[in-house]
Design a protein around this ligand. Sequence first.
Ligand SMILES: NC(=O)C1=CN([C@@H]2O[C@H](COP(=O)(O)OP(=O)(O)OC[C@H]3O[C@@H](n4cnc5c(N)ncnc54)[C@H](OP(=O)(O)O)[C@@H]3O)[C@@H](O)[C@H]2O)[C@H](O)CC1
Ligand SMILES: Cc1cc2nc3c(=O)[nH]c(=O)nc-3n(C[C@H](O)[C@H](O)[C@H](O)COP(=O)(O)O)c2cc1C
Ligand SMILES: Cc1ncc(COP(=O)(O)O)c(C=O)c1O
Ligand SMILES: [K+]
Length: 531
Amino acid sequence: MRSVIRRRVTTMISAFLLQSPPLSSISPKHHQYSLLPLTTQRFLTASHSFRLRTFSTRSIPNMQDSASVSYLSQREAAEIDETLMGPLGFSVDQLMELAGLSVATSVAEVYKPSEYSRVLAICGPGNNGGDGLVAARHLHHFGYKPSICYPKRTSKPLYTGLVTQLESLSVPFVSVDDLPEDLSKDFDVIIDAIFGFSFHGAPRPPFDDIIRRLQTLQKRPVIVSVDIPSGWHVEEGDHEGGGIKPDMLVSLTAPKLCAKSFSGPHHFLGGRFVPPSVAEKYKLELPSYPGTSMCVRIGKPPKVDISAMRVNYVSPELLEDQVESDPVLQFRKWFDEAVAAGLRETNAMALSTTSKDRKPSSRMVLLKGFDENGFVWFTNYESKKGSDLSENPFAALLFYWEDMNRQVRIEGPVERISEEESENYYHSRPRGSQIGAIVSKQSSVVPGRHVLYDEYEELTKKYSDGSVIPKPKNWGGFRLKPNLFEFWQGQPSRLHDRYLFTYIAVSWRPVRLQYSLQEGNPAWIIRRLAP
Ligand SMILES: NC(=O)C1=CN([C@@H]2O[C@H](COP(=O)(O)OP(=O)(O)OC[C@H]3O[C@@H](n4cnc5c(N)ncnc54)[C@H](OP(=O)(O)O)[C@@H]3O)[C@@H](O)[C@H]2O)[C@H](O)CC1
Ligand SMILES: Cc1cc2nc3c(=O)[nH]c(=O)nc-3n(C[C@H](O)[C@H](O)[C@H](O)COP(=O)(O)O)c2cc1C
Ligand SMILES: Cc1ncc(COP(=O)(O)O)c(C=O)c1O
Ligand SMILES: [K+]
């Protein structure tokens, strides 16, 4: 019996894959690099002079050209939905869960709960409304305070289950009559989950009135539309004008044709469940999703007002008795925490040097070790920083661990490490990087990339037998011996915690200290600084 069912399902899937004609209106533009991820394609088309390189998906924003993403008609959207839930074995609950999660993660990418906690999800009678219920549940778990307006409930177990789940989280349900006239007083974000791709005709009560209120609000919360801005024609968009103007649209599976006329700042796609067979069959051009994310930004990068860009840092307080008396220990603690938090390149630091004419310059380098003797990095001694340091052997290091609202400054004299230490480190590096260090006369002018590549190829051949690649004399490490540290922990309203550690020769004793010497490490003086 089971094998008969399996055979039937297999036949259905093959029939679906082989027979259904591709959707005419979504035929992709011919693309020279169509087998590459879209991000790479864009990179290649934009700049042919660069060689192909792979990006870590976490490292570049996924902003796709809207032209390179497929749009679906109403019929096509419904057909894909049926296919997913038919031969491809998905259930509606599953797709709704994935859709709602994609909406919640998209909201969380743009509207942080610290500023946009009060969310109202207005849910319609169909699956679009169900997506709104699921999104509200996830937003609750992400730290938002959602409320639900769900005037036309259905009695299907899927929906009653979603309502029960929200009620068990004490998420309030508000009736249309109880909604405040001015929605911006009570809500920071409105999730428009009223109508999705099955909307037709003109909105009927009570949704006509709700949509009218969303259109006409003067001062309003941000509006996030799920799949379709409610009231818009699924293909023509806001063809009569005067429809709602969402700030964010989260398209599901693939954007519908109406999304072409979406001009708001944030267009996201949540469809990280579309099997490749569906994308291939319907010739869908879909962006790649970054990392483990359920959503990806599509459309044009948002226009930003740089002067209004700011983050209000919210962190646990850092009080006097919480900082270590030994700054190297304190650094280790924060460094370990940053590594544990999964920050990328925790050891990347800005290194500032000055030349003999006292002009400063900064660049990033990688910290390769630290202890009570100092902080070590490697470079070319004949580079700009190398010559600066021979002219003025003092430097400043700066770490910024953004996700943790933390900054560390370190200053002090610098010296070269021993040849032996440099040799050891050099030979621990990948062979390609060792050859790279020979090839690069760092900070000198190069006529073109080919010069570097030619020499690199030549040396790669030369050392292809695995023999030792000699370290160039001018390549090695520097060690900064700190006489100053500052640990900075971002706090709300710019009232940050800052602790300055200064190294005082033991023979010298300051008279008035704002913060006393601590036992065990008499040489370091710790003072709190005003932010
Ligand atoms: N694979 C996917 O793309 C997924 C999509 N999901 C979400 O599902 C919606 C589509 O859901 P569906 O249930 O088919 O339709 P809607 O939510 O758009 O709404 C249908 C209900 O709305 C009523 N309706 C339609 N027009 C009107 C109107 N003018 N006024 C009032 N009410 C209207 C309709 O009633 P009818 O009596 O008119 O039939 C229905 O009750 C899609 O957009 C996604 O959000 C899945 O959740 C995940 C997978
Ligand atoms: C994250 C990051 C880490 C880097 N690490 C090093 C490094 O450890 N050593 C190095 O010589 N250059 C490193 N670089 C390159 C430098 O920033 C810089 O371009 C190069 O050293 C030349 O600098 P200079 O001309 O000021 O000497 C790094 C760049 C980045 C973005
Ligand atoms: C030119 C150069 N040298 C050295 C380094 C240090 O890193 P590693 O020794 O891990 O290659 C970097 C890191 O980006 C670099 O760009
Ligand atoms: K909607």
